[in-house]
Design a protein. Sequence first.
Length: 189
Amino acid sequence: MGQRDDVGLSKFLSLVLRHRPQAAGLELDEAGWVDVDALLLGVRAAGREVTRGDLDRVVAESPKQRFAFDPTGTRIRAAQGHSVAVDLAYEPAAPPARLFHGTHSGALPAIHREGLRSMKRHHVHLSLDPETAEKVGSRRGAAIVLQVDAAGMAETGTVFYRASNGVWLCDHIPSHRITFPGGATSSPP
């Protein structure tokens, strides 16, 4: 399997382990786990040739660490980003003072009005540094990086979680806690 095939497998795994497990004839447990052997059979039944070695390599070499094996190596799940109901059992964590979110210019009017919402996912995803946020935001064209006052939000009761791959998660970010490009902020409600 070449690098191009690894990207395709990673995208398919994201689809199956985050959004549509039925695409590979699977059912995730309440914590998002699925048996590795069942996953391999399901991926093959969906028309993709894949070995356990291919799966191990895609998980190990994923720069975003999207997937994780359980300690026994017999189950796998997506680290975050689910649109299906799962409980990843992340513990609340104290965030750094600032976190970052990458987006595109077309989303800015709604973010000014409503803040950052989880949309079809369970949480808003935040990066520890602006460079990572820029990479995330560039998937839909030129990236816009927003800075989030995470410390201020935590002080007022917002709960943050840190996923196993380092992505920070929370339910909603009001627009007045966001610094937009050029240093602009929205007024609090």
